[in-house]
Design a protein around this ligand. Structure first.
Ligand code: UDP
Length: 404
């Protein structure tokens, strides 16, 4: 392979952040795992991110070949909504760091529109290809749920980047179509590469042990894993749980979020109370990523009721653990879950429809087990190393041909 060193730009999403709290989730993990797996291919990877309040050194290794470089850009605790103004400072810090350390990158890969703004300028200064993964898109989010708002600046920057970048990595045909339809992107520029899963960490374990470890009694259990925000659709799952019939005791474990002082989590608690199921819903809060396999293994079904997911890592992690998934048929989820084999995809975001599918799986241990086996088989083809090999191919096939 001719690929020696690449720069990943992840301006606001530090790959070392604790996942499942605030804004930190799939994107942070994606950058971390992609960098590690590119490193396994022998590529040196520098991830540029902005300095943030958690203490980290300037350059911190995350594997033998990959490191995170924290650079100051704006006040440490500036909220995401106000970070746009700090991009020029970030860009010049990256240039200074690269210059002082005489680093030569062969490609820039940006994650999210803010990083794309800086990445586009860095790639053009260094005269190397610029690849972008948007992770989410303003117009897709806004079309998915009434009440979602995004700054006009974001839409404009996304539109400009779709024209300017060398290649766009999208997770699913749905995302590629949305880029073409809503932003006028050239579909030929878009490469489809899904996310991956760490198959050693997320694997089937002894179910009874897992249940004991997390203190579950003999009740059937549903699992939700994700940041607590309206787009994730937790409200629907709480309503669906309240509609489950059959008299069986069912617990809903909600993993993610901050237990104290989060208005959205408080709203979910109140909803469970109003529906009379507060005793059956456990708000667990954020769980360390490495501990999550216990939860996926202990659960009977993992539910992903999002209004939209560009990918949906929680679904894939559950499948890798051999636990079926019931999810909304949106975005990347429809490319991960095989309807009727590894779980069910619901075209209607309606509690009845979810409750119906959950009852089917909860009522048959055999169905649950066979779906779990199919789910694991499906996940086995989706490792991060496989993802990195495809991404590296995109970098290499877009190297400039002329002299630099
Ligand atoms: N996650 C975690 N601990 C938590 C909650 C979530 O490690 O308490 C991780 C989860 O395992 C997954 C990621 O956060 O890898 C969420 O990714 P997903 O694609 O499901 O949602 P996103 O955050 O990208 O919207």
């Amino acid at each position: 392979m001719n690929l020696e060193r690449v720069a990943l730009v992840s301006f606001h999403a530090c790959p070392l952040a604790a996942l499942g709290e605030g804004k930190a989730g799939g994107m942070n993990l994606h950058v971390r795992q992609l960098a590690r797996s590119l490193g396994n291919l022998g590529v040196e990877v520098d991830i540029f991110t902005r300095e943030h309040p958690e203490p980290h050194g300037i350059a911190q290794e995350i594997s033998e070949k990959a490191r995170v470089i924290h650079l100051p850009a704006g006040d440490l605790d500036k909220p995401l909504e106000e970070l746009y103004d700090s991009l020029p400072e970030f860009q010049s810090r990256v240039l200074a760091y690269q210059g002082v350390n005489r680093l030569e990158y062969q490609a820039v890969h940006s994650h999210y529109w803010l990083s794309g703004w800086a990445g586009q300028r860095l790639a053009s200064t260094w005269r190397v290809p610029h690849i972008i993964t948007f992770h989410t898109l303003a117009l897709v989010k806004m079309n998915s749920r009434a009440g979602e708002t995004e700054p006009v600046q974001r839409q404009e920057t996304e539109r400009e980047l779709m024209q300017a970048v060398t290649r766009i990595v999208a997770y699913s045909p749905h995302e590629r179509n949305a880029m073409a339809r809503l932003y006028g992107a050239d579909p030929k520029k878009v490469v489809l590469i899904p996310c991956g899963v760490d198959l050693d960490t997320f694997r089937p374990l002894d179910r009874e042990n897992a249940r004991k470890e997390i203190g579950l009694d003999d009740a059937k259990s549903l699992l939700f894993v994700g940041r607590i925000e309206p787009l994730k659709g937790l409200e629907l799952l709480i309503r669906a749980t309240s509609e489950l019939g059959g008299g069986a005791k069912v617990r809903l474990l909600v993993v993610g979020g901050v237990l104290d002082g989060d208005p959205e989590l408080d709203r979910m608690r109140r909803l469970a109370g109003e529906l009379g199921i507060e005793g059956s819903v456990d708000f667990v809060g954020r769980v360390d990523h490495e501990e999550l396999p216990l939860y996926y293994n202990a659960a009977d079904v993992c539910v992903v009721p999002s209004f939209y997911e560009s990918f949906g890592l929680a679904a894939l992690e559950s499948m890798a653990c051999g636990t079926p998934v019931v999810a909304t048929r949106v975005g990347g989820l429809s490319t991960i879950v095989e309807h009727g084999r590894s779980g069910y995809l619901k075209p209607w975001r309606c509690p009845d429809a979810f409750a119906g599918s959950l009852e089917v799986i909860l009522s048959s241990r055999r169905l649950q087990q066979s779906m779990g086996r199919s789910a694991r088989r499906r996940a086995e083809g989706m490792s991060w190393d496989a993802v990195a090999a495809q991404v590296a191919e995109v970098y290499e096939s877009n190297f400039p041909t002329g002299p630099r």
